[in-house]
Design a protein around this ligand. Sequence first.
Ligand code: 6PG
Length: 240
Amino acid sequence: MKATDGDRMVLRENVFATRGALAGALAEKVAACLAEGLAARGEAVLAISGGSTPTLFFEALSHRAIDWKNVRVTLVDERLVPPSSERSNHGLALRHLLKDEAAAAAFVPLYNAAATPEAAADHAARSIDALPKPFDAVILGMGNDGHTASFFPGGTTLEEASSVDATASVMAIEAPGAGEPRLTLTMPLIAEARFLALHMEGAEKRDVLQKAVDGGIASGLPVARVFAARQKPVEFYWAA
Ligand code: 6PG
């Protein structure tokens, strides 16, 4: 995969023979990043994406023995559904990550039952604003439409939420391909992460990603906005 936009390297590739090998390697790397933060600052923050891809990675990370009681885990984005919903990233994290060794971590959810998506974003932002920054590790996924976080093509707040100048840490966004209204971390928190990984699987997504690398923001694939905002390569974790 060509990982450069012009002469700038936007991706550092980590390719694995199996999805299980990827999950183990990414879990090891994220645990090391968190342990580094814990050693240096006595605390660490991890932001994870939801969807179907990260389950194996979450399961592997849940068994890593680090000082989880001083780690806070939050979400890169969330569907505005209760944790009991099968669509909930909060529920996904509880089922697959926040158990075993990782059960000791503090979870900082985005979902709340405010009256409107905008009010829910303001409420979630208060929790996110209280976290130490930059985050130690942020793990992104990508949809086949090139969305990452909840930066969806055609999203109501895509321009502001994906701007490096975004002032709010969390914004509400709605888009044709998003299903429910969403809450998303905005670009500064993502682009400034000490470790930023993009985790995806399958050839179709790899081909979409190549278009984003080749075409940049003009590709219309929002993941390209992360490459433009990040001042160093994004760690790309991929298996067929
Ligand atoms: C979400 C995720 C989103 C995800 C992509 C890929 O809430 O949907 O946070 O950004 O990473 O949609 O999802 P899959 O892993 O299901 O393909």
